[in-house]
Design a protein around this ligand. Structure first.
Ligand SMILES: [Zn+2]
Length: 240
């Protein structure tokens, strides 16, 4: 961690990188730097961009602070493919989760309720539904070209939306399905394109653009709402 004026930031160095880049995510500043660049040069750069950084940091931190932690109780609002999903929790003899239109009914046993068990049941529901969404997506995805994964799964990770393994398997976090469907499609296509280009080169983005013309808007949407959607405790985002 380095300090510049009042700014604290982390430096991530890469042998491939030629220029400095700034990233503001989760209310924190990250500097991506070339392998051998001096810390003084990096500090100068951060100093020059001080105004821009402060503006973005403040905006994100305000946004994070304005969110209330989810308690997984009746009346709370979740999302499914961008649509509001109102949570209803009841006590029953066994745990179930079922969506009826814009409501998600979850039953929990009295004892497990104390341990925030609705959360577990709800996350399991998302994983099952997300998996079904992916199955349907790949059913209609042309098998004729080389962008065919070896498999796909839905997990719990929070640091990214999805990734593509060396074994050509695609993995996604269930939180992605809180986002609108066109954004979900874009993330899936992004990972699919890594089957051919295992990097973020020009060729990669050209391939993405071929299969997903609105990918730039999707990336923008994720930059704007990612903090709130991907964060462990906060799952909601406003409609602005
Ligand atoms: Zn990627």
């Amino acid at each position: 961690m380095k300090k510049s004026m009042s700014l604290i930031y982390q430096i991530n160095r890469s042998k491939k990188r030629r220029n400095l880049a700034l990233k503001v995510a989760q209310g924190k500043l990250e500097v991506q730097a070339p392998w051998h660049m001096s810390e003084a040069t990096i500090a100068d750069f951060v100093q020059q961009k001080h105004e821009w950084i402060s503006k973005h940091l403040n905006r994100q931190q305000k946004r994070l602070a304005s969110l209330t932690p989810r308690e997984w109780q009746s009346g709370e609002r979740l999302r499914w493919l961008g649509q509001p999903l109102k949570l209803k929790v009841a006590v029953a003899t066994r745990k179930t989760a079922q969506r009826y239109g814009s409501e998600l009914f979850v039953t929990t046993t009295a004892r497990s309720n104390r341990d925030h068990e609705p959360k577990r049941t709800i996350i399991d529901w998302y994983k099952i539904e997300a998996r079904a969404w992916l199955d349907a997506f790949f059913d209609s995805w042309p098998q004729t070209h080389e962008l065919t994964p070896a498999g796909w799964s839905v997990g719990d990770f929070t640091s990214k939306w999805g990734h593509c393994t060396r074994k050509r398997e695609l993995r996604f976090t269930w939180k992605l399905w809180l986002a609108p469907e066109w954004v979900v499609r874009n993330v899936v296509i992004h990972e699919l394109c890594h089957l051919r280009e295992f990097n973020h080169s020009k060729a990669f983005w050209q391939l993405v653009a071929t299969h997903s013309p609105d990918y730039e808007e999707a990336e923008q949407w994720l930059r704007q709402h990612g903090v709130t959607v991907l964060n462990n405790q906060y799952l909601d985002y406003s409609d602005d």
